[in-house]
Design a protein around this ligand. Structure first.
Ligand code: SF4
Length: 388
């Protein structure tokens, strides 16, 4: 008869210790923040039921005062319980509609989104996927296998985004399993991971994780800084380690009222991101998610921010400002109007200082008259054709 084997308790990594020490219940939230929280037991419990609370000690330590940009992202607010805004829904991007297998969205022709698990190191109070993020449901290994099988049988899919929740909440060997399965697909070209952990719990980015990802190149990482105060020695190290392993890091910010709806703040953020080798990629207009209306800004604010950055700092620092269109319309760029007018002979442009310049249209240039521009951008005199 085999003797029972002694239980070997695996040593937790630093990031797991930090997660375990975090706030993940309403009573802990009240204990930790006391009167500063400004919520009674009942309201804190309702908020947690509505969308769970999780804040780890690292991110909590970045808060300087009540309602500052870090606080607003992490600490629940009574306004989340206001669901009266009729413009909002729980799935504004209609991701569930385009889901041929559980937790996979196939919306664009050549790429898919894989949700590989539903937990995060912090539950951001503005989260678009709050309908499922933080829930007790688990995405299982069978779900990953079904997702990989779907991609393997759809040769048009050449690009995958691995998202969540936060994929870095998986253990290293689980991430390895998913990446290995994807890289074995002959038509799989680009693998991208979306993770906020380099920002919210940068201790997760270890040498071992980077080495695993490095095996399956080309692999990219998109992370999610919203405010310059999130750029710390720890988050800088995490992004630089990724880059050192050949994993380019991009950033996707969300425009949030009271967090980064200020041109100076965003300019500082994008400039500092380049200093840690992170390319500002997208600036999202906030999605129309139930319980997050207090974060939403006017689209004009986003345009004002892009105008304040474009030309005033390196073009590399300028993110694409996009609206992820409701009902599954996908990301649509929103740009300040630098084209003033298009005639048969020229394009009239306004630069970042408001000065007007004219670029001639040479009808002898091949294709000059073939590229059609939208009627709204022409002066109505010509046929709307021009080079751009
Ligand atoms: S890390 Fe991303 S998915 Fe997770 S709560 Fe924050 S915004 Fe939502």
């Amino acid at each position: 008869m085999a003797l029972p084997q002694p239980q070997v308790k695996r040593q937790k990594d630093e990031w797991q210790e930090l997660l375990a020490a975090g706030i993940n219940r309403p009573d802990k939230l009240i204990d930790e923040l006391g009167a500063r929280l400004g919520l009674d037991d009942e309201t804190a419990a309702s908020l947690h039921k509505n969308f769970p609370v999780r804040i780890n000690p690292y991110y909590l330590g970045l808060i300087e005062e009540v309602n500052d940009p870090i606080w607003r992202q992490a600490i629940p607010d009574e306004m989340e319980l206001d669901h009266s805004d009729t413009m909002t829904t729980m799935d504004p991007l209609a991701e569930d509609m385009d889901s041929p297998v559980p937790y996979l969205t196939h919306r664009y022709p050549d790429r898919v989104l894989m949700v590989v698990q539903l937990q995060c190191a912090m539950y951001c109070r503005f989260c678009t996927r709050r309908r499922e993020v933080g829930s007790r449901n688990a995405v299982t290994k069978d779900d990953w296998d079904r997702q990989i099988e779907y991609i393997a049988t759809h040769p048009e899919v050449r690009d995958v985004i691995i998202s969540g929740g936060d994929p870095f909440m998986l253990l290293d060997h689980q991430i390895d399993y998913i990446l290995k399965g994807l890289r074995a697909i002959p038509h799989m070209e680009i693998i991208r991971l979306d993770s906020r952990m380099p920002v919210t719990l940068p201790h997760r980015v270890t040498d071992n994780l980077c080495k695993i990802m490095q095996r399956y190149h080309p692999v990219y990482l998109n992370t999610h800084f919203n405010h310059p105060r999130e750029i710390t020695p720890e988050s800088s190290r995490a992004c630089e380690l990724m880059n050192d392993h050949g994993i380019p890091v991009g950033n996707q910010s969300v425009l949030l009222r009271g967090v980064n709806d200020d041109p100076e703040v965003m300019k500082e953020l994008v400039q500092k991101l380049l200093m840690i080798r992170v390319k500002p990629y997208y600036l999202y207009q906030a999605d129309l998610v139930t319980g997050t209306s207090h974060f939403r800004t006017a689209v004009e604010k986003g345009l004002e921010i892009i105008k304040a950055i474009q030309g005033h700092t390196s073009g590399m620092a300028v993110p694409h400002y996009v609206i992820d269109a409701p009902q599954g319309g996908g990301k649509i760029p929103v740009t300040p109007d630098f084209i003033q007018e298009i005639t048969d002979d020229e394009i009239v442009l306004k630069n970042y200082e408001g000065k007007v310049y004219r670029y001639p249209i040479d009808s002898e240039v091949p294709n000059a008259r073939e590229a059609k521009l939208p009627q709204a951008q022409t002066n109505g005199k010509g046929n709307g054709s021009a080079t751009t």
